[in-house]
Write a protein that binds this ligand. Structure first.
Ligand code: FAD
Length: 403
């Protein structure tokens, strides 16, 4: 039985690996349009821009790994069409390749600004290794950088550029940073962190237009602000790569719709990673599309099991992280702003904050420079035990005593 995987990113690689781990005989073909073997994207806005060692964190697997595992990896190969009835894909070069199972692991592309002036070549996005290397080369000239978007990727780019000596402005339409993933108190800490490092932060500032200036620079015109820059990076989220699926008649709604194990609306076709929108047990089965490393790491293994007729692996508490100015932030579960946030501060730079629902059950946690609390927090969230907020607030009491 041959499985063809479209997209040789993190999810495509994980799906291929998991298939091989589970089935020594499976035929596995991994097709990727990029020129590089599969790599992880988190280092792009951090180590790659800073020129520091991403360790094992970029390519993850040695070049010979794929051949050793009998994973047929074909790079520089864009799939142009899927023919579900014929059970074949067609590459941009016109080759038709048959499959018994097909996995779409096509990920997302960076969302582009849609305002006057956004087509200027100095307005960039960051998604690929080429994007990161190109941005790094431009940052070497220490331009005045304006980052549009105060979410995770925008703030990581801002922090890296500032560390490289650039003057950096950040424009964020919301009234706080990282509004989609952390409570206001945590966003405020990060605003202070960025301002403390000299980032010029503009909150509640929706960008309206970008204009060239007579001195060869750019002027960003936002709500209540006019910001001069030489270079702009838009960090305003991702757009799932669903065009192939849509053209093949697969159900799509801001992501390819799947069940909990990645089965799409057409039998034999699956979706894995950031492109998939699937019912998430943590949110009571609500369909979610998550832009996080963890999803691209674990959900493809569930897809591989489905291909082989096996059940899903146990659920995990959702999780993602970001690194900015040397601070590590981990977000577990869903620390929704409507919940009660219990903060266990351990000095100025270390914090574990736990979000409790009305009944006192942990729904989410935010850890600043406190990764050692990740495991007990995960267990508290998964356990669903009712907790005493006042006792929990005492950072001197170890979290494990609440388990
Ligand atoms: C700069 C950056 C920093 C990040 N940092 C973090 C972080 O700190 N923490 C965190 O939790 N998450 C982070 N993420 C998110 C995480 O990296 C992504 O969620 C993850 O990469 C998704 O993996 P994927 O394999 O689903 O998609 P992708 O990595 O996008 O891979 C999809 C692949 O499919 C290929 N493809 C698409 N269409 C076709 C086609 N028609 N034919 C052939 N190939 C095709 C693409 O070229 C691509 O290589 C970051 C993302 C970025 C961009």
């Amino acid at each position: 039985m041959r499985t063809v995987i479209i997209g040789a990113g993190q999810a495509g690689r994980r799906c291929a690996e998991a298939l091989r781990e589970l089935d020594a005989a499976a035929g596995i073909l991994l097709l990727g349009e990029e020129a590089h073997p599969p790599y992880d994207r988190p280092p792009l806005s951090k180590a790659v821009l800073l020129g520091t060692d991403p360790g094992n964190g970029l390519f993850v697997r040695a070049a010979e790994f794929y051949a050793e595992r009998r994973i047929d990896l074909r790079l520089g190969t864009r799939v142009a069409a899927i023919h579900p009835a014929a059970r074949a894909v067609e590459t941009a070069a016109g080759e038709r390749i048959g499959w018994d199972h097909l996995v779409l692991a096509t990920g997302a592309r960076a969302r582009r600004l849609r305002i006057p002036g956004a087509e200027d070549p100095r307005v960039l996005t960051l998604r690929t290794l080429e994007d990161a290397e190109g941005l790094k080369a431009r940052l070497a000239a220490r331009p005045r950088l304006a980052v549009v978007g105060g979410g995770l990727i925008g703030l990581e780019v801002a922090a890296s550029a500032r560390q490289l000596g650039c003057a950096v402005s950040v424009l964020e339409a919301a009234d706080r940073l990282m509004a989609r993933c952390v409570p206001p108190a945590i966003g405020a800490r990060y605003a202070a962190l960025h301002r403390g490092h000299g980032v010029d932060l503009h909150l509640s500032c929706a960008l309206r237009a970008i204009e060239p200036t007579p001195d060869g620079g750019l002027l960003l015109i936002g709500d209540g602000a006019r910001i001069a820059a030489d270079l702009v990076v838009a960090g305003i989220g991702g757009v799932p790569e669903t065009a192939l699926a849509e053209a093949a008649g697969i159900a799509v709604q801001d992501g390819i719709l799947t069940d909990a194990q990645g089965r799409t609306s057409i039998p034999g076709i699956f979706a894995a990673g950031e492109v998939a929108r699937f019912p998430h047990p943590f949110w009571g089965g609500r369909a979610m599309r998550l832009e996080a490393w963890q999803v691209a790491q674990t959900q493809p293994a569930a897809v591989a099991r489905a291909i082989l007729g096996m059940d899903a692996p146990p659920d995990e508490v959702p999780w993602h992280w970001t690194d900015q100015f040397g601070w590590n932030l981990q977000v577990l579960g869903d620390p929704d702003p409507s919940l009660t946030l219990v903060q266990r501060a351990e000095g100025e730079h270390r914090l574990t904050a736990i979000a409790l629902d009305a009944a006192g059950r942990a729904r989410g946690a935010v850890l600043i420079n406190n990764g050692r609390d990740a495991t007990p927090c995960r267990r508290l969230i998964a356990g669903g035990k009712v907790l005493d907020a006042a006792a929990l607030a005492d950072a001197g009491t170890p979290l494990r005593s609440f388990l």
